[in-house]
Write a new protein. Structure first.
Length: 339
């Protein structure tokens, strides 16, 4: 088993604005087995009114699918008892039972699901999730399996037919923090179309993540399950982020109109795994989660396959998306009939 242990000194994170939305009138959230969610406000008579979260969608760039999302509440005037709510929903979670937390309690920490994922088609493994920065949540399955390679670009550093812990079924979401009463918060995982996919709810020493069902997640106790130790690329940059001009410079904006990087830059280039920014002679490199990679004084940088080529005062070096130094020979690009 080969695990890539990453030194914290390789990364530094500058956190930008967090997307938040006022939900002080929310007293409960209900969900059904189809992945539908409804929020409820409790009335003085003990009944509830439904609040549905929706989004205004605007497309800032002509002939481009990238959109901005602006949340708002759709209110239902009809009243419901708890019994009536449960007729159409699997469970009700009341805000009084939710723990008081801050976003910084979770950002950068990996959580793994108590439920083991196993089937005939897949090796035994777990679901892990992490809010990797103020903008992005990632959920992935991990399992100890043999890598398979098809067409495309890969970084290979394990012998053929050697099992290793790998991520698969990786999904990326935007994060919207709902600010409840009593300084409590829950965290919504939103897809690029404005669909609410999952709700991340702190409850004591565990996390409840609900979609079609309710899953219990706990903070990892083993580096095996740490998301930072896995190489993978997200292909969702264009869905959740876009580069916009700012005067004579450029900046990166997310779907809630927040800056993903604090600065503005003369040049921004990126691919599935890296972002390179340049201001005059200063070159900085970030991974796909906007964590700055600390490679010292960088003279120049170039994107090459799923790695980055960095020229510093000692010469040219190559790094993968975890920040690990790799030989150039580890970079391979496959085409038909080759391995």
């Amino acid at each position: 088993m080969q695990i890539l242990f990453i030194l914290l000194s390789l990364f530094s994170t500058t956190l930008c604005a967090q997307a938040t939305f006022n939900a002080r009138e929310v007293d409960a959230v209900a969900y059904d087995d189809s992945g539908n969610y409804t929020f409820f406000q409790k009335l003085r008579n003990g009944n509830y009114k439904a609040l549905d979260l929706d989004f205004d969608v605007k497309y800032p760039i002509k002939d481009n699918f990238f959109n901005f999302l602006s949340p708002y509440w759709r209110k239902d005037d009809e009243e419901y008892s708890e019994e009536e709510i449960l007729e159409d929903n699997t469970e009700i979670i009341f805000t009084k039972d939710i723990s008081k937390t801050s976003f910084q309690d979770f950002v950068g920490k990996t959580y793994w699901c108590d439920t083991v994922i196993s089937s005939e088609e897949r090796e035994e493994g777990h679901i892990i999730c992490e809010m990797v920065n103020n903008h992005t949540a990632v959920q992935a399955h991990i399992a100890n399996k043999i890598p398979t390679y098809g067409f495309g670009q890969y970084i290979i550093d394990t012998p053929k037919d050697t099992p290793r812990w790998l991520t698969f079924d990786t999904k990326q979401y935007a994060i919207l923090m709902l600010k409840l009463k009593d300084s409590k918060q829950i965290y919504l995982f939103i897809n690029e179309n404005g669909d609410l996919e999952k709700v991340f709810i702190p409850m004591g020493d565990k996390i409840v993540l609900i979609d079609e069902a309710k899953y219990t997640f706990r903070k990892i106790t083993s580096e095996i399950y740490n998301l930072k130790n896995y190489r993978y690329s997200t292909r969702d940059f264009d869905d959740y982020f876009e580069i916009f001009p700012k005067g004579k410079k450029y900046e990166i904006i997310d779907i809630f109109k927040n800056k993903a990087l604090l600065g503005t830059y003369d040049t921004i280039i990126r691919n599935e795994t890296f972002i390179i920014t340049k201001n005059k002679e200063e070159v900085n490199i970030y991974n796909q989660f906007f964590q700055k990679l600390n490679y010292g004084k960088v003279k120049s940088a170039h994107l090459i396959n799923l790695a980055v080529e960095v020229e510093d005062e000692q010469g040219v070096k190559y790094y993968d998306s975890t920040g690990k130094s790799i030989p150039k020979s580890a970079l391979r690009e496959f085409s038909c009939g080759t391995r």
